[in-house]
Design a protein around this ligand. Structure first.
Ligand SMILES: Cc1cc2nc3c(=O)[nH]c(=O)nc-3n(C[C@H](O)[C@H](O)[C@H](O)COP(=O)(O)OP(=O)(O)OC[C@H]3O[C@@H](n4cnc5c(N)ncnc54)[C@H](O)[C@@H]3O)c2cc1C
Length: 425
């Protein structure tokens, strides 16, 4: 349910008045929680805070788009395994089932002293506890020659929505013999195996159309990548001659991307593609910077036992925007962190019990039809850092049976359904 502008103004007015008074001395009003960002981390946190507090807290979820298109499984959309609707989700159930005030709009500032969030239209909403979960924004200048405007020509598609559909349109428009050039991002970035799953899915689509004269050249800026052996074996098996991954020590570095000309110049050569997929370096979402929650890394330091910002005790940061120790930036991780933050927010405001923080992650990737692989681990706070438990780590084996790979791909489908239910249902 999206509230009307008038109702929003009323709510904002009420919230600002309430915010002027610390919640502990507000005799009649409920403590209030604002969550900025309705993605894997934020929607999970908002839903759990509202659900488990059973009406004892006012929960507002601020999200800049009326629906959410997940980046997770967007590669399967590119490959033709999913349609766009299946990766796009409504916030209606969060409002209807749990009474969350879902506000569609961009949060532009946080006044940490007054404990208010300011919206792009000037409205403000007060909070007792704030969860910041904006995901990532881009460092466009990390790729020489590339700019935000160029993303309309050479899409990154590393945020869900119009970029995803733009890349799909360009992919679908390719003809046999036309080539794709991908430049993956430097570390740290969301979804370490994501670019390489995308290569697999683009190759799958081309092959399924019989376009085996087309190639995908990956000009990596990293010397190695997640699940490398598994992906490279898969490319060899399913898409022979179609995928070439070139390490930075071979191409010598990206000198210039010319999106209009469709070229990527490196020390080695100038590569030409009918489709360029350029994925720039990443940083915490703008609002995390505006709120002063980031450090020199561009991401937000947190207390590993609670996901509380080390900069402000009234604020929690979850998902890609935070520094999560050994955890990769993934939807699974963001969901896991959102649960820990939700428990601690409720404990702060309602004195509910806090259990020791435990985190987990699995990243599944589809290489071809019915061929899925995975990597993952459990994590705990150790010496102030979210740390992988050595014996819990796992990675698909190179010599697994076809049945195992099929089971892994089905497991991923199950995870997507469970994950999006934990966010939106
Ligand atoms: C191609 C690709 C494939 C992936 N595959 C997987 C996968 O298989 N499994 C997996 O676990 N992860 C995967 N990921 C990673 C996953 O998508 C992210 O790690 C995850 O979405 C992070 O969650 P988040 O809550 O931090 O950010 P997001 O899910 O991006 O949510 C943040 C939301 O906040 C909104 N927002 C930002 N700023 C504001 C603001 N100021 N005001 C209002 N709203 C705002 C954004 O629009 C966004 O909707 C993939 C990513 C990509 C790009």
């Amino acid at each position: 349910m999206n509230i009307t502008r008038r109702k929003f103004a009323q709510l904002m007015g009420a919230a600002s008045v309430a915010a002027a008074v610390p919640y502990s001395i507000r005799a009649q009003s409920k403590p209030s929680v604002v969550v900025v960002g309705g993605g894997a981390g934020g929607a999970t946190a908002a839903r759990l805070i509202a659900k488990d507090s059973d009406g004892a807290l006012d929960v507002t979820l601020v999200q800049d788009t009326p629906t959410y298109t997940s980046c997770f499984f967007s590669n399967l959309y590119l490959g033709g395994f999913r349609d766009f609707d299946s990766i796009t989700h409504s916030y209606d159930d969060l409002a209807n089932n749990y009474g969350i005030n879902v506000v569609t709009g961009l949060a532009t500032a946080v006044d940490r002293d007054a404990r208010t969030v300011t919206m792009a239209d000037g409205a403000s909403v007060g909070y007792d506890r704030l969860v910041i979960a904006p995901g990532i924004d881009f460092k466009f200048d990390s790729v020489p020659g590339y700019s935000e405007a160029d993303a309309e020509i050479a899409p990154h598609a590393w945020k869900g929505g119009s970029q995803t559909t733009l890349l799909k349109e360009k992919l679908d428009a390719l003809e046999d013999g036309q080539n794709i050039i991908m430049v993956p991002p430097p570390n740290p970035y969301r979804c370490p195996p994501g670019p390489y799953e995308r290569v697999s899915m683009m190759a799958h689509l081309l092959k399924s159309k019989g376009f085996t004269n087309s190639t995908i050249t990956v000009l990596d800026v990293k010397p190695k990548f997640s699940k490398q052996g598994l992906f490279q074996a898969g490319w060899e098996k399913y898409y022979p001659g179609m995928v070439e991954w070139i390490a930075p020590e071979v191409h010598g570095g990206i000198i210039n991307v010319d999106a209009k000309a469709g070229t990527v110049e490196t020390d080695l050569d100038t590569f030409e593609g009918a489709l360029l997929n350029i994925i720039p370096g990443q940083t915490a979402g703008d609002i995390a910077h505006a709120a002063g929650l980031t450090d020199d890394s561009g991401f937000c330091p947190i207390d590993a036992t609670s996901m509380r910002s080390t900069v402000d005790e009234n604020i929690f940061v979850v998902g890609d925007a935070c520094i999560a120790g050994h955890m990769p930036k993934s939807g699974f991780s963001a969901n896991s962190q959102g649960k820990v933050a939700a428990m601690n927010v409720r404990a702060d405001l309602l004195k509910s019990k806090v259990f020791p923080a435990k985190f987990s992650n699995t990243c599944w990737s589809l290489i071809a039809t019915e061929d899925g692989v995975k990597v993952g681990a459990q994590y705990e706070p150790i010496d102030g850092k979210i740390t992988a438990i050595e014996e819990s780590k796992f990675l698909s084996k190179g010599d697994e049976s076809a049945q195992d790979r099929l089971a892994t791909s089905m497991e991923a489908d199950g995870w997507y359904n469970a994950m999006t239910s934990a966010m939106f249902k």
